[in-house]
Design a protein around this ligand. Structure first.
Ligand SMILES: Cc1cc2nc3c(=O)[nH]c(=O)nc-3n(C[C@H](O)[C@H](O)[C@H](O)COP(=O)(O)OP(=O)(O)OC[C@H]3O[C@@H](n4cnc5c(N)ncnc54)[C@H](O)[C@@H]3O)c2cc1C
Length: 417
């Protein structure tokens, strides 16, 4: 590969998530050679990770090999490498498999869990950002039930059967709803001796509201639905520390619980800051409206890793932002090659959705506010459409239909402890 000496300029894209993949595809007809780098050999559909964590789907159903996705694209080469650093002046990335030179660089690094410096939570809590973490949660939750069945002491048994989800954003709400349903609709059949009174699912939120940016009516509907599904929602509850068998809140209250799932924060992947690029809140790299980094017009940062304010507010860390940024960045690379000026991102907010288990969701889309069954159907359709690959769509649909009609969750295996 050439770093500028070949006939076609080289565009290196880091990250095969929503942003990186879309940018790569948007460059398919451009007179460039694209080199796509990711530490994993697959593209992951993160919005369904919580279903892997709650034994509803298998990881393979929400991920697809990058090479299979890009098989037909001629001007791309994929390399499974970890990007570890860069010499920005020399336009060269450092990876665990040697240097990779570029003419243009699109960084689509995504995000990671933000524990806000709470070391005990990072050590004993569970994040939900990748396949490993989702499978770890599944194994842990199922193991808690096995251990609880062997535990003669009632208090210790209850601690094993208390599941604390922290963070009332979409991930926390979806996780808490799905966990409660897994227990009350499915595990209850596997553990006939289980006393449901011993089981608690708590959703802790530090502020006074769930699903912050949603309209009030939908936020209230989400809260009411969670209560109906036996999730104890606590507002003004801030976690101070966790030790693996109990959670201590800032108020001093102690909740005996072996499981803390942390959905309370995200920040940009570490690499952006490590490269010395300017960062803002959540360690996201500050970009100009054209998505270029100031002083480095050849570098674009997109998706969760990028910080850009639109109408005075930072764009959220969500898939539609990454996808729209990817299209703008790819277009700007092409415009620059033609000698035209790069254009600013014109972000169109498609709205947001969150499901709360069977037949229940809230949706704020196209100016409409939906809840209950219609919102749930919309959620299903949107997610099936967005999943990559016909096979994945088919298997996820079949899985959902089976679980819906038979009150089942197929993946109840403890594959490691
Ligand atoms: C549990 C969960 C649920 C979510 N639900 C929703 C939802 O319902 N709706 C929604 O819109 N958004 C949702 N999101 C957010 C959405 O997934 C992200 O906004 C989106 O994935 C961002 O895309 P991206 O391209 O910036 O990063 P990602 O899709 O995260 O991709 C980043 C890629 O970069 C790679 N990478 C990072 N660093 C390196 C490195 N140093 N070397 C090599 N490779 C590297 C990673 O392996 C990864 O493949 C959810 C996120 C999570 C975690």
């Amino acid at each position: 590969m050439s770093g500028g000496s070949g006939a076609r300029p080289t565009v290196v894209v880091v990250g095969a998530g929503f942003g990186g993949l879309r940018a790569t595809r948007a460059l398919r007809k451009a007179p460039v050679q694209v080199v796509l780098l990711d530490r994993n050999n697959y593209h992951l559909f993160q919005p369904l990770l919580y279903q892997v964590a709650t034994a509803g789907l298998e990881p393979e159903q929400i991920a697809r090999p990058v090479r299979a996705i890009l098989r037909r694209q001629r001007n791309v080469e994929f390399r499974m490498v970890d990007v570890t650093g860069a010499d920005l002046a020399a336009r060269r990335l450092e990876t665990n498999a040697g240097p990779v030179p570029y003419d243009y660089l699109i960084l689509a690094l995504g995000g990671e869990t933000n524990f806000f410096g709470l070391e005990s939570v990072a050590r004993h809590g569970f994040g939900l950002k990748n396949v490993n973490e989702a499978v770890t949660i599944r194994n842990h939750v199922l193991t808690c039930f096995e251990r609880a069945m062997l535990e003669p002491d009632a208090e210790r048994r209850r601690a094993r059967l208390t599941f604390v989800v922290v963070g009332g954003g979409p991930t926390g709400v979806e996780m808490a709803g799905a966990l409660s349903e897994l227990i009350r609709l499915v595990l209850v059949k596997d553990y006939p001796r289980l006393n449901l009174k011993d089981v608690r699912v708590l959703l802790l939120e530090a502020t006074d509201r769930l699903l912050g940016p949603m309209p009030e009516r939908l936020r209230e509907a989400a809260g009411a639905t969670l209560w109906r599904k036996h999730v104890e929602v606590r507002f003004g509850a801030t976690v101070a520390d966790v030790d693996g068998s109990r959670v201590r809140l800032k108020s001093g209250e102690v909740i005996p619980a072996h499981t803390v799932i942390w959905a309370a924060g995200a920040k940009a992947a570490a690499l952006g800051a490590q490269l010395g690029l300017p960062t803002a809140r959540q360690e996201r790299v500050v970009v100009q409206p054209t998505l270029q980094v100031e002083g480095h017009p050849e570098i674009y940062v997109i998706g969760d890793a990028a910080y850009l304010e639109v109408q005075g507010k930072p764009l959220p860390m969500m898939a539609p932002v990454a996808i729209q940024m990817a299209e703008t960045a790819a277009r700007n690379v092409i415009r620059t090659l033609r000698g035209e000026r790069p254009e600013p991102l014109r972000y169109r907010d498609p709205g947001s959705l969150a499901t709360i288990g069977r037949n229940a969701a809230v949706a704020h889309v196209f100016g409409l506010q939906l809840r209950g069954f219609p919102a749930w159907v919309m959620w299903l359709v949107v997610h099936i459409i967005q999943l990559i690959g016909f096979r994945n769509k088919l298997f996820v649909l079949l899985n959902w239909a089976w679980d819906y009609f038979f009150y089942e969750r197929a993946v109840r295996l403890i594959t490691r402890e």
